[in-house]
Design a binder for this molecule. Structure first.
Ligand SMILES: Nc1ncnc2c1ncn2[C@@H]1O[C@H](COP(=O)(O)OP(=O)(O)OP(=O)(O)O)[C@@H](O)[C@H]1O
Length: 344
């Protein structure tokens, strides 16, 4: 298993950060051999966060010297992702899976990719995040003006690309690792009640994956103590469950940061979810959408699109996008099946 992780932050702490990646991560066999833990690419005190869902219902006490209003970016929407004639093979066998994918995503857009089993949807997602099982053999991918294909997976993550896996990883041992440190800084322990994903139901794992969009919460405590909290599991059911109380008067430099993705790739977030859970997940995704970020979601079912409205729906077949349209495509698909869209 390759574990891609790096910190671009420089901490003022004189004590080295704990070696977070040494946690006993494991992937489920059905999923990838790569875990990318998203480390911060930009840092913003929570008081600067403009996203509705992240305005703390939770108790968050922050002592930040840089509090103020963040001005939203102005100007016409930028192209976030431009995929041109992308071709990729399975690295081991050389079998071609992606056979010339073209896709352009502007910021503020929600794109849905649908397609038969085995048409290459997940492969496209994994190739975009740099999964080592695949080798790109042709085409180009520009993300935020930069050549995505030249970046390491972790750099893609830092650049603002997020992917939720169909089968998220389990992180046993998380509680015992974090809880003493959380106690040491007077942090409410109620949100540390479960190991990440371990024993979670399928639906809970999915919610958890989505809530990773809220990012990694980074606490830096002054006076020589730094702590990373990989907070995805704190959030797995409801943002109100995030309850971090830090007595800032006792600490002289506490910064609470939230990281967010510019482009979130959500691979079948709806599978295995009951109706209520689906709505919760959709609500979380919608809450994280802003005019400056985008979502690319892979789904088999139109019902997800009732809750997360797509700007475009693409139909994929045999490693390429064969049709693009609005949500009516998904409706037609539901009615007529893939025969209506087949190239062959
Ligand atoms: N690492 C791999 N090793 C072997 N075959 C692979 C690998 N990755 C993808 N494939 C094959 O490539 C094809 C496309 O797979 P992919 O998972 O991208 O399809 P999909 O459209 O996401 O399907 P589904 O809707 O069932 O999730 C399938 O035939 C799959 O078996």
């Amino acid at each position: 298993m390759a574990l891609a992780f790096s910190s671009s932050l420089s901490f003022s702490s004189s004590t080295p950060l704990p070696p977070f990646p040494s946690l006993p991560f494991r992937t489920s066999p059905a999923d990838s051999s790569l875990i990318t833990i998203r480390a911060p690419h930009r840092i913003r005190p929570i008081s600067l966060c403009t996203r509705r869902s992240l305005r703390p219902k939770a108790t968050v006490v922050v002592d930040s010297p840089t509090a103020g209003g963040a001005a939203p970016r102005r100007g016409p929407p930028r192209v976030l992702l431009e995929v041109k004639d992308l071709r990729a093979v399975i690295a081991e066998s050389g079998q071609e899976i992606l056979r010339g994918v073209n896709l352009t995503i502007y910021e503020g857009e929600v794109h849905a990719i649908m397609g038969k089993n085995g048409s290459g949807k997940s492969t496209l997602a994994k190739v975009l995040v740099g999964h080592p099982d695949y080798e790109v053999t042709g085409g180009s991918v520009i993300f935020k003006g930069e050549n995505l294909l030249e970046m390491e997976p972790v750099e893609r993550s830092h650049a603002g690309l997020f992917m939720s896996f169909q089968t998220p990883v389990e992180i046993p041992g998380f509680y015992s690792y974090v809880s003493p440190k959380a106690a040491a800084i007077n942090m409410d322990l109620r949100f540390l009640d479960r190991n990440v994903n371990e024993g979670f139901s399928g639906g809970e794992k999915k919610r958890n994956e989505i809530l990773q969009l809220a990012g990694i919460w980074v606490l830096e405590l002054g006076q020589g103590y730094g702590l990373w909290i990989y907070a995805m599991h704190f959030l797995y059911t409801d943002f109100t469950k995030l309850h971090i109380a830090v007595n800032s008067s006792k600490r002289n430099s506490i910064a609470k940061m939230v990281l967010e993705a510019d482009l979130a790739i959500l691979d079948e977030i709806d599978s295995g979810l009951d109706v209520d859970a689906l709505q919760d997940v959709a609500k979380a995704v919608n809450g994280l959408l802003t005019p400056n970020n985008s979502v690319l979601m892979i789904t088999h079912y139109q019902r997800l699109l009732d809750f997360i409205k797509p700007s475009y729906v693409h139909i994929m077949e045999d490693g390429t996008i064969v049709r693009t349209g609005d949500v009516s495509l998904a409706k037609q698909l539901e009615k007529e099946g893939y025969r209506a869209f087949s190239n062959s």
